[in-house]
Design a protein around this ligand. Sequence first.
Ligand code: ADP
Ligand code: MG
Length: 238
Amino acid sequence: KRDDVDVEKLEQAVAELDLQNGSYKDFTDLPLSDPTKQGLKSSHFAVMTDVQAKAIPLALKGHDILAAAKTGSGKTLAFLIPMLENLYRLQHIGPDAGLGALVISPTRELAIQIFDVLCKLGRHGHMFAAGLIIGGKSLEAERQALSRMNILIATPGRLLQHLSQTVAFNMDDLKMLVLDEADRILDMGFQKDVDAIIEYLPKERQTMLFSATQSRKVKDLARLSLQDPEYISVHAED
Ligand code: ADP
Ligand code: MG
């Protein structure tokens, strides 16, 4: 473990976050680790979008989140930042830590986009290992990478294939689940796969569900996967 003092300070600052009003406008207003701050700065992200300003403080504090915000509103960073930070503060990072976070995305293309944003965010001193589980490579090639990963970005079908076929792969240490573009996941017919994946996950975890639209099906999935969630809905232009 590295930097225990830094982690303790961050823990304290996160505990003191004010969740009442829109107190936080810029990423620099938040208690984030130095590597994340650097990653944001080098990508020239300064002012948070609406959904980010609402979701990140709550998620840093460990709340489950159900967020609806239209395409282009900045949902990717709204979940990647707290995901990375919460793993960092737990020091759930490195080759022996196991899988700490899982992001489920409806399509390969979206999964790759999330992975690219994560790599940019993480390239200034973060030590996590992240992998894509989206098919296209042999199962065996993906399988060998699985055991070393702290963060996975996955499409539902392929992930389920590994969960049911890869003996050494389990999610017992998972701290965080993100369901991105939940409406599309359901529209594409992945409901059963996602339900089955959730069965493999520890009950005690943080879950964030992001969607461009709210529908009956999204609400059903939320009921099944979230515990006492905070609701975030963004209508205005950012
Ligand atoms: P969504 O998932 O809601 O459709 P994305 O996360 O893909 O939105 O973000 C849309 C675009 O906005 C991306 O090009 C991203 O780089 C940019 N973006 C996200 N957050 C910010 C921000 N705080 N400041 C400036 N640009 C941002
Ligand atoms: Mg998105």
